[in-house]
Design a binder for this molecule. Sequence first.
Ligand code: SAM
Length: 379
Amino acid sequence: MNGTALTENEIIAWLREEDPQKLEVLFRKADLLRRQHVGEAVHLRGLVEISNICRRNCLYCGVRASRSNIKRYRLAAEEVLEGARLAADFGYGTVVIQGGEDFSLDAVFVAGIVREIKKLGLAVTLSLGERPEADWRLWREAGADRYLIRFETSNRSLFDVIHPRVGKKDSFGFDGRLGSLLTLRGMGYEIGSGVMIGIPGQSYRDLARDLILFQLLDLDMIGTGPFLAHPETPLGKAALALAAAPDAPLEEKWKLAADAGFDYPIPDDQVPSSNLMAFKVIALTRLLLPDSNIPSTTAIATNDAVHGRVTGLMSGANVVMPNLTPTKYRAMYEIYPNKSATFDSPEETHRKAIEQIREAGRTPGTGPGGRRGSPRGRF
Ligand code: SAM
């Protein structure tokens, strides 16, 4: 481990820090470490959202299974490959295939897509939730390089409440999530994880422990972003009710959340779901894991379309993930409302990403952009 040693209390102090001059010191330090360890290149990962069908009912997510008023889709192989070819044409090094936990997304079908994308000379990252080990192995054999699966929060009781189990035999649970990451690493994938910032119920200590867990897991990729309230989800409804009653006593807040379908005590030090908090998290993550790949995420860009992504890049991030899902499907992958770039053409999405990279004073990366020095980063 070559990261900075920070104690839980030191991390909490930084997360609570509000003095702009002191924060500037944190952001500069993170930016310097970023430059020393991963350089000036910003890696571009073309994102293709393969399916919004999901068997899970995560309390925060707009594509949760029980949401009946959205159109569901699953891309044809050719539509995924169209996105991959665009990524190759734009000079990106990686395609990220992400989707709901859609078990009708056949493992052999996905393996075929991975094989085709590898022929384009691109790295392939998958983010398709928890699947049988045999599927992950098949995809790895087909050439998939990396797998993303966020643990969302390291607070077990909060994790359990926001991730209801699907049936009695469901292995899903906090231990299952961590186990998945370790299994994937054992198969030779580079592994990525992350959390949402400011989910109702999250305390500063919870968030500090999330960061320590990133370091303990020695993650190759760490994606974090603000929780964005989707008004048609229980957690989104709870967040909106809580925002409308900021001065209510804690018992009253718990009741408001429970009435919205999220039965969990709201701490007196609830973390805000702000971009400033997201930038602090990016900077601290860079301190803890200086050579990891850290995106300036879509959730950050959604909170602030003008400055979000650039500020993330200047706070320690070194990756952006332009959305190359065929435009007609984008609005249907509505994990939260007003998602950044929902209506942009691929060319516009690409142009904006390059502009933002330049605005941050950086250069677009070339090559697949695996983690440097990692025994698993094969590039
Ligand atoms: N199904 C896969 C999984 O769960 O790993 C991948 C797709 S899932 C929609 C991708 C990520 O979206 C989740 O890990 C979660 O952190 C994020 N997400 C979902 N709803 C969100 C919300 N309301 N605000 C912010 N991020 C959200």
